[in-house]
Design a protein around this ligand. Structure first.
Ligand SMILES: C[C@H](O)CC(=O)SCCNC(=O)CCNC(=O)[C@H](O)C(C)(C)COP(=O)(O)OP(=O)(O)OC[C@H]1O[C@@H](n2cnc3c(N)ncnc32)[C@H](O)[C@@H]1OP(=O)(O)O
Length: 724
């Protein structure tokens, strides 16, 4: 029997408690909305009901409208299946109900969940309940009246901040703002809410309809000024997201023409916006992120994750210290091992700076920062390794060194210990070759800075045991990363997919296209920076070392540009030494450095690929596609080889690991919106003009010709060789 239902109990006090029950988050699915309508009608009708309390089962009020419905609407394009909740239910049945309704909020009230609470005549909350309108993070705007009622309860500026940032506030702050009428311990929540509802019914407390309030929104001219500033800010912070401006327009409608008019406009706009590409992309990302926790033969075979309490990290460099920070910040003890006390002290200092830096930025208290740091211990030998649950090796990329370390670990660690390596390029089979523990060897590929970047790429070999994979996935979640399980190959899923990104940019620069224009096109598309600025940031040493690996592994499709070597020869090393493609001055944005142009000219002379020696003429759209389509092409190979469980895992990896814009849904999702056929035809044309980098993969060709989306699950072919 489905657990999704709405319950109603009428007590001897004359209060009807209506409870939403739809685990795990009490999402407002269509049957729940139907149930709510029936129960409100019944409670209104019944003579034995004087007042109503609305609450959620299992300690959570509601996580909002059922996002699965958006996905269905995206599939059919039919918005008529969206129910009229805002007017019919929240305004007519709740806010204009003849009996007072009090929301008893615990755990969370998000999106439509909070909007129901806003429609009630009072809100009582338990401590630390999350209250928010995160709809913009799904590419839509609040659709159950939130754009109108929230400003009327917390003031215009705060409401705009909450909606545009999509970030929830805690009930404690909600109480201060006037969003919450009383904050009470969980165990008293229902008792107080019932009494409050009766107090309203018997006029001991005011009967307030949020939509009718005007006391918090100020004068028309003040409100317009707040909106003007918000519009300007949104233009800067979310230039590619029109729904931010649309949300502000809808808020303004209510300010100028009254709340009810605002509610009507909101409902109309909501139905239009739900079909936008942005909403499609962001809803896809929402589900794609959650799908990463489902790994066939790992999470569905009844295994239980083992607790990892103590982790040893080998190597206190940038990556090792970042990983250590992430672990101790989440209550996992860390032993940091280095080869000598100088390196060890350096590593410990970096970790201390990371943690104290977070404290300075208000992410944790000073006391907590010191507690966190007490979970770290530096060592110079393996004596302390006898009871560690996991080791993460984070030394330089050197195969014999890594092999030696893992042989030593076999002797120093207990038999249950997980052997993880943070390598970003080396074949895991090679690393484990000299051990008898290949079933315990796994890649834990963090992205720099490891304590901040959200992605954890978990690399498994054919021999890694499912238990080890599950354990590392669990550690990933404990330290608040999104773990994505991938197969073993050069560059694994993320770096491999994105290696042609820099290549396409280098090729274009050698064809005569201005690198600063390329960077502009890419950042206008939505990546935080273009490929040249990224190279400046990562340092040219990385670019050259990684370039060599790819040249070895994928020689058929590597474009060899001398540009980076020329830059190094000319004393440039990117942001590191303040001399790159850009000029770096403290306190100002990087500026294109004109003195780099002769070096680029030199590279062009050496490669000599400009047709008839003249720069090619390309549109911005072509620039974008010549950089990103080779990435799509490599993503196709990764899919074909079964390096990821599903296409959407690559979407999440691209969003969280490479900062591909989430509102474009991730690399594969975006390619499907462009169309496999267009990608294929463009690549084919460019491969004839500019060579192997653009040669379409078999997978892409097949899908383009057959008209199958790139994201559609693969049908295993005789030649395909899954690495999972
Ligand atoms: C008209 C209205 O204005 C429009 C709306 O209300 S849009 C919806 C607005 N609400 C949201 O955006 C909240 C989305 N949900 C979340 O942020 C988080 O799930 C949460 C904070 C509620 C809980 O987080 P957490 O405990 O980590 O659990 P999480 O793994 O995310 O979710 C648990 C399950 O609930 C599902 N779920 C969460 N919120 C959901 C929702 N609103 N609709 C449908 N399913 C939802 C997840 O998909 C997941 O399903 P799975 O187990 O099958 O993968």
């Amino acid at each position: 029997m489905s657990q999704s239902r709405v319950l109603m109990e009428v007590g001897s006090d004359g209060v009807a408690v209506i409870t939403i029950s739809n685990p795990p988050v009490n999402a407002l699915a269509i049957p729940i909305l139907v149930g709510l309508k029936e129960k409100f009608a019944e409670a209104t009708r019944r003579n034995d009901v004087k007042a109503i309390v609305l609450t959620g089962k299992g300690g959570r009020f509601s996580g909002g409208f059922d996002i699965n419905v958006f996905q269905k609407v995206h599939g059919t394009g039919d918005v008529s299946t969206l129910p009229d909740v805002s007017v019919e239910l929240v305004t007519n049945a709740v806010e204009d109900c003849k009996k007072p309704i009090v929301a008893a909020v615990e755990g969370l009230a998000l999106g439509g969940g909070l909007e129901f609470a806003l429609g009630c005549h009072a809100r009582i909350a338990a401590p630390r309940a999350q209250l928010g309108l995160p709809e913009l993070s799904l590419g839509v705007i609040p659709g159950f009246g939130g754009t109108q009622r929230l400003p009327r309860l917390v003031g215009l500026s705060k409401a705009i901040e909450m909606m545009l940032s999509s970030k929830p506030i805690m009930s404690e702050e909600g109480k201060k703002l006037g969003l919450i009428d009383a904050l009470v311990p969980s165990e008293d929540l229902l008792k107080v809410s019932r009494a409050w509802a009766l107090d309203i019914a018997e006029r001991r407390k005011p009967w307030l309809r949020s939509l009718h309030r005007t006391d918090k929104i100020g004068s028309l001219s003040e409100a317009r000024e707040v909106l003007r500033i918000a519009r300007q800010q949104a233009k800067k912070t979310a230039p590619n997201l029109p729904h931010h401006q649309i949300c502000l327009d809808v808020i303004e409608e209510g300010i100028v023409h009254g709340g009810y008019s605002g509610v009507l406009k909101e409902a109309k706009v909501f139905k239009e916006i739900v079909l936008s590409d942005t909403a499609r992309g962001l809803v896809h990302v929402f589900f794609a992120q959650r799908a990463t926790s489902k790994v066939p033969n790992v999470t569905d075979v009844g295994l239980k994750p083992r607790q990892v309490k103590k982790v040893a990290i080998i190597g206190g460099g940038l990556m090792g210290s970042g990983i250590a920070t992430a672990l101790i910040m989440n209550n996992i003890s860390v032993i940091l091992k280095e080869v000598n006390s100088e390196y060890l002290q350096k590593g410990i200092k970096t970790i201390e700076a990371n943690v104290r830096g977070l404290a300075t930025r208000g992410k944790l208290t000073k006391d907590r920062a010191e507690k966190v740091l007490s979970m770290l211990k530096g060592v110079l030998d393996y004596a302390e390794f006898k009871d560690v649950d996991m080791v993460i090796e984070a030394v330089i990329e050197n195969v014999p060194l890594k092999q030696k370390i893992f042989s030593e670990l076999e002797r120093a660690c207990p038999p249950h210990c997980i052997f993880a390596t943070n390598t970003s390029t080396i074949d895991l089979n090679l690393i484990g070759e000299k051990t008898k523990s290949e079933d315990r060897i796994i890649g834990a590929h963090f992205f720099s800075p490891a304590h901040l970047m959200p992605l954890l790429e978990i690399v498994r070999t054919q021999k890694t045991s499912p238990q080890i994979i599950l354990d590392l996935m669990t550690v990933g979640k404990v330290i608040k990363k999104v773990p994505v399980v991938v197969g073993n190959c050069t560059g694994f899923a993320v770096n491999r997919t994105f290696f042609p990104y820099a290549q396409g940019a280098q090729l274009l620069a050698n064809l005569g296209v201005d690198p600063f224009r390329i960077d502009r096109v890419i950042s206008n598309f939505g990546l935080p920076m273009g490929p040249f600025q990224l190279q400046d940031l990562a340092g040219y040493g990385v670019a050259m070392a990684v370039g060599k690996e790819y040249a070895k592994a994928f020689s058929d499709r590597v474009f060899k540009s001398p540009l980076v070597e020329l830059l190094v020869k000319n004393g440039r090393n990117g942001k590191n030494n303040g001399k790159g493609y850009y000029i770096y001055e403290k306190g100002s944005k990087p500026k294109p450095d004109p003195s780099v142009l002769p070096i680029i000219e030199e590279s062009r002379r050496l490669t000599n690929i400009m047709p008839a020696g003249k720069p090619i003429s390309v549109t911005d759209k072509e620039v974008l596609e010549m950089v990103l389509f080779p990435v799509v092409n490599e993503a196709c190979r990764v899919l074909d080889e079964g390096i990821v469980v599903r296409a959407s895992d690559l979407d999440i990896a691209s969003v969280l690991g490479m900062s591909f814009p989430s509102y474009r849904g991730g690399i594969v999702f975006w390619a499907d919106t462009v169309g496999a056929n267009h990608v294929y035809k463009s690549l084919k044309k460019w491969s004839e003009m500019y060579g192997g980098l653009y040669k379409p993969s078999k997978f892409l060709e097949e899908r383009a010709i057959k008209g199958i989306p790139l994201s559609a699950p693969a049908v295993p072919s005789a030649t395909s060789k899954s690495r999972l």
